[in-house]
Design a protein around this ligand. Sequence first.
Ligand code: FES
Length: 101
Amino acid sequence: MIKVCSKLDLPEKSSKLIMVGDTPIAVFNTGGKLFAWDNRCPHRGASLADGHIKDESVQCKFHLWEFGVKDGCAVHNPDVKIEEYPVKEVEGIVYLDMKAD
Ligand code: FES
């Protein structure tokens, strides 16, 4: 597991960007859910961690594509899906549940 931060440092409707090897991963807290996505927007690679974080979705700030919190799919095109990574909270600490490269 890779430590991301204290849960206190990831309040509701916020994100943290971390690097795992060469992969930028954005960890989000919104709608009462923690989740982690590849930070690169599948459209043109903008940082999703800098996007507009809503209860049910994250909207890329560049061209406003929106991705659902539930499944990481584009709201208007479910064939476009962001790579998701396992994340969990243990005793107030947020972890990516994967190994570093
Ligand atoms: S780069 Fe994200 S919508 Fe275009």
